[in-house]
Design a protein. Structure first.
Length: 231
């Protein structure tokens, strides 16, 4: 991402954001509410709103800002949205089976998702709206993986989850890193974000990256967390 400016109609939220996510790297995007984390992820995904005023977002040389949302997914980016947004009237299996699967790279199968999240196999015939919050988050992640992404975008994956469920999901996301999948996660839960990430980016009030550094650096000196997140 280079010099991304985005927002809503005439209101700019992001002002010149630069970031990189390397192959197999997990990057945490943090910031106070309203700083533009969701706006940034939706800009990458080409979901409207927001409006992208200028900038460049490339995934392995493909300019995503020129593409409609389904072509962004084809290019290898997949979003786990805030609030899960599973298809409540469909079963677990149906939520997974409707995802178009790419032919040009190793894709996940339903069976592989069930192996990754055994609880989903137990509930495969249940309507998604009857699942618990944790089960719905597992399903949302599984649905995103079914497209065989190179880059997984996650928007507030810890939201509303009990600590025990969050621990399971965190462990699975750690396993994903070992597969070479790149992850960009927008997250308010500092401990969860740090446990998942190699590097951390903090969005500031000006709509740009106010701090960037390694997870280890932030753990050693949490001053930026206090300064920019108010924690």
């Amino acid at each position: 991402m280079r010099d991304l400016h985005a927002g809503y109609r005439t209101a700019r939220v992001l002002n010149g954001v630069d970031l990189d996510v390397e192959p197999g790297e997990s990057v945490a995007l943090m910031g106070r509410n309203g700083m533009g984390k969701t706006t940034l992820l939706r800009a990458i995904s080409r979901l409207a709103p927001p409006t992208v005023f200028s900038g460049s977002v490339q995934l392995q040389g493909v300019e995503l800002l020129r593409l409609p949302p389904h072509r962004v997914a084809d290019a290898g980016s997949s979003l786990v949205p805030q609030g899960r947004q599973v298809f409540g009237s469909l079963t677990v299996r149906e939520n997974l089976s409707i995802v178009p699967r790419p032919r040009d790279r190793d894709a996940w199968t339903i069976e592989r998702v069930f192996e990754f999240f055994p609880r989903l196999e137990e509930r495969e015939r249940a309507l998604a709206r009857t699942l618990s919050g944790g089960e719905q988050q597992m399903l949302a992640i599984g649905r995103a993986l079914m497209s065989g992404p190179r880059l997984l975008l996650m928007d507030e994956p810890s939201e509303g989850l009990a600590p025990a469920v969050l621990r399971v999901i965190g462990e699975r996301l750690q396993e994903l890193r070992a597969t070479g999948l790149s992850v960009l996660v927008a997250e308010q839960n500092v401990d969860f974000a740090l446990a998942l990430s190699d590097r951390v980016l903090i969005l500031g009030e000006e709509g740009a990256i106010a701090w960037a550094g390694s997870r280890a650096g932030l753990v050693a000196d949490p001053t930026p967390v206090h300064r920019y997140l108010g924690l």
